[in-house]
Design a protein around this ligand. Structure first.
Ligand code: IVH
Length: 685
């Protein structure tokens, strides 16, 4: 028997729609959920049950319609109401200054009485995804389309519906009768990593970058696949709008979109003049790696919509906007040879010698190939044309080959059977991706790396003792191991090429200053295999002296936080080596004296129970120092802001975390306030 929904069921569906839309918006657009996921799922299941019972209640704007629909046989074509344009590019300061001059000149041409000498710009990250147009009639999403050739695109409505940050129904006031919104669909970096990890586990093909992954996911005829891909969208423009007031500025238009439920990039802002634009380019560039989404530059848009109208378009791009692009992070070049570099623990890393190529803002001649498994997976051979990637501060790597450009005479890359530096045998342990030189401390490469590690920032942080100088000192036979560093004299140093008296004196001073490391730093600096900063800290906190660590056996060591059987066996074998003990004794005899941590019950520390988040650039102390100091006073330092954060420490060029803190009403402290807090609190303690 066919039953009809009664009044109560009808209002139940209506309420569930409203509630689910509201919580979806809180979660995916505002990034500020109000209820736990389990509660959301419960509401969704309630709605789905009613929709199954009464299919006539299932509408296209139902919050249940995010899961995808049966596959299409092809995409239909859509003609855009207003053409989707592209942007002109600038690659340097001169081109940005020229852009502003063009604008001002044109405004004066249009109106000889023009008095504007400096323009206001809305500035935004240039998201690296896929441009999409969304069409709403009376507040309901009725169509989604790709940009295509700018005039006509593909109808991807079913796919668009699966993206949680795209409203299926608009909320708020003065909703226009017709609204076309543009923006970028992208795949967050974390989702991209997860997707590729899963593909790798299942032996499937991986995506090259988040943009390809987003584009590939949107091009699916089966929208259920799109639904599984964790895509997001930031909106950056209004296309056609009928039945609502057009604001005066682009930045207001974005706020208007946000008020209707669209997701707007939190890293956008308003600046003045080309100078403001260039500062923004630097600011976003410096935090590019920390952003949750991929970008390939920033976009500057004249903020006044009236001026935009006056400036108009040239060919297919607006005159009033420009993209300031970052240097490309991927370039193609020739792999000329592969050499093997020996690391501190003897691991042999294949390094590609390349035809020099300008990538990520620098000329790259060497790039890592990681290990033999990676070489095999990417099918790299000497003679191949390869794509080199250099993103941020990351070491350049060979990302992939270009199969179409492979010549006939490529050579397979083979792991040498002997260490290229000391000729000792190379061994590969079953189950490990790396091969190692068995020469241990007889191998000069391992000796040098051990000294570099000892002097590095996270270890004893010896100012002025960089990698190059370690190489020089070692090659000149002035040092053989870390304890020799403390026997160096100004007279020895000034004999070195490019070493002045002042630098020599400074280095001796820094060595002297490094003699009282914390026990944790000292343990880390010894370079015991698998003992990173955190494990070193745990060992130090647990044993409180180097002697006690030396005496511990494998079983005892495993009582320490994050020490498992492998780490324990490395620690024991390190202290079984006479050579290592001799070096440690020699270090102590030169006056090295690790400082023991002060043991205080964490609950009694002055900042116990407080959680801080640090963002932006701190000028007087590094972020890691600030973290260490706060932790020493009992505070927790977290990576993300929530309502429970005590305060955000915002240095210069703080970005989205600052916006989030402000929106959550979390206290914000600048560097001065942080210094005061540390000082005052420390004196209380
Ligand atoms: S505005 C009329 N803003 O860049 C101006 N575009 O070359 C239209 N893009 O395909 C674009 N982030 O997908 C604009 N904040 C942003 C953007 C952005 C990325 C892409 C867009 C378009 C391309 C233009």
């Amino acid at each position: 028997m066919i039953t009809k929904p009664d009044q109560h069921q009808l209002s139940q569906v209506k309420n569930l729609h409203e509630e689910l839309h509201y919580h979806n918006h809180r979660y995916y657009v505002l990034d500020d959920p109000e209820i736990p996921d389990s509660e959301y799922d419960k509401l969704l299941r309630e709605l789905q049950a009613l929709e199954t019972q009464f299919p006539e209640l299932l509408t296209s704007d139902s919050p249940s319609q995010r899961v995808g629909a049966p596959p299409l046989s092809e995409f239909t074509q859509v003609t855009h109401l207003v053409p989707m344009l592209s942007l002109g590019n600038a690659f340097n300061e001169t081109e940005v200054l020229a852009f502003e001059k063009r604008l001002l000149d044109r405004l004066t041409n249009i109106n000889p009485d023009n008095t504007i000498t400096e323009l206001e710009y809305a500035v935004e990250p240039k998201l690296d995804g896929l441009a999409v147009s969304l069409l709403y009639e009376n507040g309901i999403l009725i169509q989604g389309a790709t940009r295509g050739d700018g005039e006509t695109g593909e109808n991807i409505t079913e796919n668009v519906r699966t993206i949680n940050s795209i409203p299926l129904k608009l909320s708020g006031d003065n909703i226009p009768q017709t609204l076309e919104v543009r923006g970028e669909v992208y795949m967050p970096k974390a989702s991209f990593e997860a997707l590729n990890n899963k593909a790798r586990e299942q032996g499937e093909k991986t995506f090259v970058n988040p943009r390809n992954a987003a584009a590939g996911s949107m091009r699916q005829l089966d929208s259920r696949i799109t639904a599984s891909r964790n895509l997001a969208m930031y909106c950056y423009a209004t296309g056609r709008m009928v039945g609502a007031d057009v604001p005066a500025k682009h930045s207001d238009a974005l706020q208007q979109l946000a008020s209707w439920g669209f997701r707007i990039c939190p890293d956008s802002k308003v600046v003045t003049g080309a100078k403001g634009c260039l500062e923004y380019f630097e600011e976003i560039g410096s935090k590019r790696d920390d952003l949750s989404y991929d970008i390939d530059g920033v976009v500057f848009k004249v903020n006044s919509l009236e001026l935009q109208h006056q400036l108009g378009f040239v060919s297919r791009a607006p005159r009033w906007a420009i993209a300031h692009k970052f240097p490309a992070q991927e370039e193609m070049t020739l792999l000329k040879d592969v050499e093997f570099q020996v690391g501190r623990t003897g691991a042999l890393t294949p390094v590609a010698r390349l035809e020099p190529v300008f990538v990520g803002g620098v000329t790259v001649t060497n790039a890592t190939l990681h290990n033999m498994d990676e070489i095999e997976r990417k099918d790299v051979r000497v003679g191949d044309t390869v794509i080199v990637r250099r993103a941020g501060d990351v070491i350049p790597e060979v990302a992939r080959i270009v199969p179409a450009k492979r010549p006939d005479n490529t050579q397979k890359i083979v792991m040498p059977s002997q260490c290229p530096v000391c000729n000792s045998a190379v061994e590969q342990i079953d189950g490990e991706a790396v091969s190692r030189c068995t020469g241990g401390l007889v191998c000069p490469a391992q000796q040098k790396q051990a000294i570099k590690h000892f002097a590095s920032r996270k270890a004893l942080d010896i100012d002025g003792l960089g990698d190059k100088l370690v190489e020089q000192l070692f090659d000149e036979k002035l040092i053989e191991n870390i304890s020799d560093l403390y026997r160096l004299k100004v007279e020895d140093l000034i004999k070195l090429e490019r070493m002045g008296e002042k630098s020599a004196e400074n280095l001796i001073k820094s060595l002297e200053l490094s003699k009282k490391p914390t026990l944790a730093r000292f343990i880390y600096s010894l370079g015991i295999r698998e003992v990173g900063e955190t494990t070193a800290k745990s060992l130090s906190n647990h044993y409180l002296s180097l002697e006690a660590i030396k005496e511990a056996d494998e079983e005892n060591l495993q009582e320490v936080n994050d020490v498992g059987p492998i780490v324990a066996s490395h620690v024991v074998s390190f202290f079984q080596e006479d050579h290592n003990n001799q070096i440690i004794d020699a270090l102590f005899s030169t006056g090295i004296d690790p400082v023991l941590p002060i043991v205080v019950d964490a609950k009694e520390l002055p900042l116990s129970g407080n959680t801080y988040v640090i963002t932006g650039t701190l000028n007087k102390m590094g972020r890691s120092d600030a973290k260490a100091q706060l932790e020493a006073l009992g505070a927790k330092v977290s990576g993300s802001i929530s309502k429970n954060t005590t305060a955000l420490i915002a240095g210069e060029k703080a970005g989205s975390k600052l916006t989030k803190a402000e929106s959550l009403g979390v206290e914000v402290l600048d560097e001065e306030a942080l210094l005061k807090l540390i000082k005052i609190t420390a004196s209380d303690a």
